[in-house]
Design a protein around this ligand. Structure first.
Ligand code: AMP
Length: 115
């Protein structure tokens, strides 16, 4: 089932795009949780990390290459940042098109909220 991210890839929905190549698109999160909050997605629709196949290795590797470039471009590489990929209900996934969050620009605190 297509998601809002497919519409962004197709150019049917606006997004603040910061990076694009043949495999990957990256754009600013609509509800940023840090001064820098970019979503990096494979152009192929992979719903969750449970659906990753061997043929996705190139695209997923490129997510990390894109993350490193975006971190440099956004000026957060040296201080550091966090990459997050949520999966399904317990992971808090809301959009079922695999995506990597790049968060930075401030100290992000503990990795998980203590609940
Ligand atoms: P997740 O909870 O990991 O599925 O994260 C989904 C993220 O997508 C959330 O941080 C949302 O704020 C973000 N999001 C949803 N719709 C859009 C959109 N149209 N443009 C940019 N970010 C979006």
């Amino acid at each position: 089932m297509s998601t809002v991210f497919s519409k962004i890839i197709a150019g049917e929905l606006p997004a603040d795009i910061v990076y694009e190549d043949d495999y990957v698109l990256a754009f600013r999160d609509i509800a940023p949780q840090a001064p820098v909050h970019v979503l990096i997605i494979p152009k192929r629709e992979i719903p969750t990390t449970n659906d990753v196949r061997l043929e996705d290795v190139e695209a997923l590797g490129r997510l990390f290459l894109a993350a490193a470039k975006i971190a440099r471009d956004e000026g957060v590489a040296a201080d550091g940042y966090r990459l997050i990929v949520n999966c399904n209900e317990h992971g808090g996934q809301e959009v079922f098109h695999l995506h990597m969050h790049l968060l930075g620009g401030r100290k992000l605190g503990p990795m998980l909220a203590r609940k």
